[in-house]
Design a protein around this ligand. Structure first.
Ligand SMILES: NC(=O)c1ccc[n+]([C@@H]2O[C@H](COP(=O)([O-])OP(=O)(O)OC[C@H]3O[C@@H](n4cnc5c(N)ncnc54)[C@H](O)[C@@H]3O)[C@@H](O)[C@H]2O)c1
Length: 385
């Protein structure tokens, strides 16, 4: 495959911490440009990742013919003008979440993508994470062939009533965050806008039905419980606290469906019960493992690496050394983006898919503003007009 020439537009924390390291070693991409109006951000990105060119002006990237795609990881206020600018120039776009912060903005983005026929991906990366892909596979296998293991206790046998709920899925997502780690701008929109699109999208990966309502208890800034109801009666509950600690894993996902339980423990370990011929425990490699000498993988491996990171932070007097990260799917989503640019297929997190989680997040904000009322979600919420 010819490598895709790409520009990174917005070279702040996310670009330098994740996308630029991934792009600079990715065989499907050629890192052509770094673009940022902030001279410090631009200079550090250029020094660390060596793009072929640099600029403070997005318009300069528009004119570069060899640049086929852009990855936009810019400040939220710059997102829509940059999407319009690059889409109209025919550049394929990978844009960081949230895709929009209002319904007019969301509809505008959907319309521009539709009119220009570019490949468009939103950075809801978790749906591309190896652990999530594997959980989706196991769940689908159980849906297609719901065979109970021979040890399942069937007290009533033939006398047992058949329950409607057997066809539904219950998803529980627990997020442990620490607001001391946030940047100043993150406090404006809060975790409901900045983070929850990830988890609303993730819940949707496991529930093959349309969401029809949301309800939020708690505050927009953080510390909330979101409930999402789906047409088939499935429910997703997302519990999020920003008063937690990075001394403990950030995210736990539990999926319950028709006698099966699938648990994703911080995306580095999956545990499965009630699905025939599946191992109880599967582990997934860490991303950019800082402590490869620690052989233990999975959640126990995560704890050991966390303790090693805490020791190193104390020894060096550098508390920006954080525990090692699981693979959250950023690299795989880039791979999918490149493949779809070449094949013309719809990306894993294209505009229509991403619009669902974005619209849910916007309805969650309405629910929070109304003091926790249940807010309906309709299919028009995810459409361009
Ligand atoms: N998917 C994830 O896991 C994840 C994690 C963190 C952040 N993010 C997202 O990444 C994006 C960036 O977040 P961040 O933490 O890197 O923010 P940041 O503030 O560190 O970086 C943003 C950069 O954009 C630049 N910028 C502003 N206007 C621009 C313009 N017109 N053209 C080019 N660059 C411009 C700023 O100068 C800054 O350097 C946000 O959308 C955020 O929500 C995603």
């Amino acid at each position: 495959m010819d490598r895709v020439g790409i520009a990174v537009v917005g070279c702040g924390m996310m670009a330098q911490g994740m996308h630029l390291p991934n792009l600079s070693r990715h065989p499907d991409f050629r890192l052509l440009w770094c673009c940022d109006p902030d001279p410090h951000a631009l200079q550090t990105a250029v020094e660390r990742f060596g793009p072929e060119r640099q600029t403070s002006e997005a318009a300069e990237v528009v004119g570069a013919r060899e640049c086929e795609a852009v990855l936009i990881a810019a400040s939220h206020s710059a997102r829509l003008p940059l999407i319009e600018l690059f889409a109209r120039a025919g550049k394929h776009i990978y844009v960081e979440k949230p895709m929009a912060e209002s319904f007019p903005e969301l509809r505008r983005v959907l319309q521009v993508v539709r009119e220009t026929s570019i490949r468009f991906t939103v950075g809801h990366n978790r749906r591309a994470a190896p652990a999530v892909r594997e959980a989706v596979r196991v769940l689908q296998k159980h849906r297609d062939s719901p065979i109970s293991p021979p040890w399942r206790w069937d007290r009533e046998g033939r006398e047992r009533p058949t329950l409607e709920g057997e066809r539904r899925t219950m998803v529980l997502i627990r997020i442990n965050d620490d607001y001391w780690s946030w940047k100043k701008w993150a406090f404006q929109a809060g975790a409901l806008v900045n983070e929850m699109t990830h988890f609303l999208d993730l819940a949707g990966c496991f529930i093959p039905s349309h969401p029809c309502w949301v309800q939020v208890a708690g505050e927009r800034i953080g510390n909330h419980v979101i409930t999402v109801g789906y047409q088939d009666g499935s429910l997703a509950v997302i519990f999020e606290s920003i008063f937690g600690s990075f001394g403990y894993p950030k995210e736990l996902v539990e999926i319950y469906h028709n006698g099966a339980v699938i648990v994703l423990d911080h995306l580095c370990e999956m545990r499965v019960a009630g699905v025939v011929d599946e191992p109880f425990r599967t582990t997934f490699p860490f991303w950019n493992d800082r402590y490869p000498e620690i052989a233990v993988q999975g959640i126990e491996g995560y704890y050991r690496r966390t303790l090693a990171a805490q020791r190193e932070a104390l020894e060096k007097g550098d508390n920006s050394i954080l525990p090692v990260q699981p693979d959250k799917g950023h690299y795989a989503l880039l791979t999918d983006f490149a493949r779809c640019i070449r094949t013309g297929e719809e990306p894993l997190c294209g505009a229509d898919v991403a619009a669902v989680a974005t619209a849910l997040m916007l309805r969650c904000v309405e629910s929070e503003q109304s003091g926790g009322q249940r807010v309906e979600v309709c299919p028009e919420d995810f459409r361009p007009v």
